[in-house]
Design a protein around this ligand. Sequence first.
Ligand code: FE2
Ligand code: FE2
Length: 221
Amino acid sequence: MVMNGNEFYEYLDKHTFELRMACIEHPLVEGICKGTLPVEKVWDFTEYNYYQVIETCDRILNRARNAPTQEIRNLFIEHCTEELGHPELALQCIAELGGDARAVLSRPPTFELEGMTNWLWRLSQERPYIINAANSMFCLEGILEAHCIKMVQALSKHYGATAKAIQYWEVHIEADEKHTQNAKRLLSTYATTEAIQEECLRTAVRTCQYTKLAMDSYEHR
Ligand SMILES: [Fe+2]
Ligand SMILES: [Fe+2]
């Protein structure tokens, strides 16, 4: 049965809550928050972030290309400009915390993270923009915003992070609050058929599952 916009958004929020929390409160993040993990694991988690965001702009431009109106296209183009420079800030964080940022560039992401980003890439090319709003903007950027709030505190408290080290995490708190608000507006306005609502939920669930596996792979690296 088709739900109205707000009902659907709440349904999506509720039915992905546990899966999103499993990523938000992942042991890798919790260990960093408590300061019990060595700095090498902070480098690993930041490397995971680097590979997760490296193709964000390309995926958003695919989304813009598939958008039905100029207004929505403009929203994605603006979104794209707000993502510029973020991968470099992740590398800057690693370097500021004493890691080798250049080494990151010479090794591929884990299979699990590669699987996840390939899938995101394919969705952005093949599925309607609204499906991508559910997976990338609602799930991924929502999880990232929550991670960033935790990381800014933890890095300053336990790892002696400089202002440059926390810049990647800081910029995402504000930016991804906006991006998840955009997701909410798009989903509650344009996910108006039963088929689209079902696919949004199915895709969001899978995004959370991929995210958890990718985070596991960096926890155990
Ligand atoms: Fe970003
Ligand atoms: Fe974002």
